[in-house]
Design a protein. Structure first.
Length: 457
């Protein structure tokens, strides 16, 4: 009996010690946390319930499940309601808060449900300062590249040939950018689509895509940005005349948007399929293979597709170049296994980027003949700008790529590193201070004398 009491005393003292022990979180700069995380948001608790009662003999190991209404997104794409599971005690680095409590989180993973602790929370004011909106950068020069930001209202920056920021606008955020015909306007797309006039980097219009819709890609179809197509989860939207309509419904994993048609990739049930769809029309399959896709790049306007799929991750991979206009195809052997392969297929350029057979990256000409090799790999698909090839390397460094090699031209601000697009020809930019804010209306609105003004953000 004495031994049992002693054991119980030890157990209870351990539980008390754990429960009383405060959770220690390393102090880190909010900007660094934003850079490394997948999502960051602030919200309000709308529901609290016990997800696991734990061991009733001891207590302190309960698990709680919270439903949050998201009020502010600082980074990434977050739905309107999310769930957080956590421990109920400080000893488990958890938290116990009532309905109505407001909190901010910096998290990894896509959600909409996370397992998180007190060390995953953040001060909303610090996140607000770190994520933006930032003050616009005002200057003049010749823009060769445009860099979007997925953080806060990070906006769009115009870069010169050396990768230096000429000017930027703090309006809008998103993971997709498209330059309109004539290079006078660009669209930045996320939960909304913002039209930005390039000559002075002013945001001139904005249109919402609707509830829980987030742009994957955008293509501007008209000089002033009033006609555009946007790829979202589950389909393709068209923005025109102040309205948003669905022109195609389907689930797809990757896409390339053209002016009149899109090329879509779908991986399902061990089979990969590439389809062409005219906006408002039906999809037509142009290539299909067993296995998972390891390579996809397409140019819908010129009708070219680079596609590879393999059912055996250890076998040497083959890819196929499809010419939709000529209705022909040819096979390219990569000479290595398909794991981790990516490519940029620049049908209108002098160089294309291909995974190297011995590591690194091969450079190919417009006919996909090998013209050089680099020891580098890239974070994303390179872009062509005024006849030169640019890429974002590791640690958000802008590289200029030639057959002789790749050289760093500028380090990019890590909080601004987002979608990069190139301009076919340089554009003169001159940004000056302004007293008024950007109008908030549809990029597709039309009215003589300017954009039609509407209410809302």
């Amino acid at each position: 009996m004495v031994l049992r009491a002693a054991v119980l005393a030890v157990v209870l003292s351990a539980v008390v010690a754990v429960d009383a022990m405060a959770c220690s979180c390393a102090a880190r700069d909010a900007r660094d946390r934003l850079h490394e995380a997948d999502v960051a948001w602030a919200g309000e608790v709308v529901e609290r319930r016990v997800s696991d009662a734990g061991d009733p003999r001891y207590g302190g190991d309960e698990r709680l499940l919270y439903t949050f209404a998201v009020r502010r997104v600082y980074k990434g794409e977050v739905p309107e309601h999310v769930e957080i599971e956590t421990g109920a005690s400080d000893g488990m680095c958890g938290f116990d808060v009532p309905v109505g409590h407001r909190m901010a989180f910096v998290l990894d993973g896509p959600g909409p449900r996370w397992s998180a602790g007190i060390c995953d929370t953040a001060d909303p004011d610090e996140l607000e300062r770190a994520a933006g909106p930032r003050a616009p950068e005002l200057g003049s020069g010749r823009a060769r590249l445009l860099l979007g930001s997925p953080y806060g209202d990070g906006g769009l920056a115009a870069l010169d040939r050396r990768g230096r920021v000429i000017a930027s606008t703090p309006r809008g955020r998103g993971r997709a950018v498209s330059v309109c015909p004539g290079r006078a306007v660009a669209l930045l797309a996320g939960r909304s689509v913002t039209a930005i006039r390039l000559r002075d980097m002013r945001a001139i219009r904005r249109a919402s895509l609707g509830r829980d819709r987030v742009a994957r890609a955008v293509r501007c179809r008209e000089r002033r940005g009033r006609d555009a197509v946007v790829a979202v989860a589950g389909g393709i939207l068209r923005l025109r005349g102040g309205g948003v309509t669905v022109v195609h419904r389907s689930r797809f994993d990757d896409q390339a948007l053209g002016r009149r048609r899109a090329i879509l990739l779908r991986d399902r049930d061990g089979r990969s399929r590439v389809s062409v769809v005219r906006y408002g029309g039906r999809a037509r399959t142009v290539a299909a293979r067993a296995g998972e896709t390891f390579l996809f790049a397409a140019d819908p306007d010129r009708g070219r597709v680079l596609f590879g799929a393999s059912a055996d991750p250890e076998a040497p991979a083959e890819a196929t170049v499809h010419d939709l206009r000529a209705r022909s195809s040819r096979v390219l052997a990569t000479g290595h296994a398909p794991g981790g392969v990516s490519a940029a297929y620049l049908a209108d350029g002098r160089l294309a980027v291909w995974p190297g057979r011995a590591g690194g990256t091969d450079l190919l000409d417009a006919r996909l003949e090998r013209v050089g090799h680099l020891p580098h790999t890239f974070d994303d698909r390179p872009v062509l700008a005024a006849g030169a090839l640019y890429a974002v390397g590791f640690d958000a460094r802008l590289l200029q790529v030639t057959p002789q090699g790749a050289r760093e031209v500028a380090p990019l601000p890590h909080r601004s590193a987002g979608p990069l697009v190139g301009l076919a020809r340089e554009v003169a930019v001159r940004a000056q201070p302004r007293a008024s804010q950007a109008r908030t209306s549809s990029p597709c609105s039309s009215r003589r004398g300017g954009a039609r003004r509407t209410s809302g953000r």
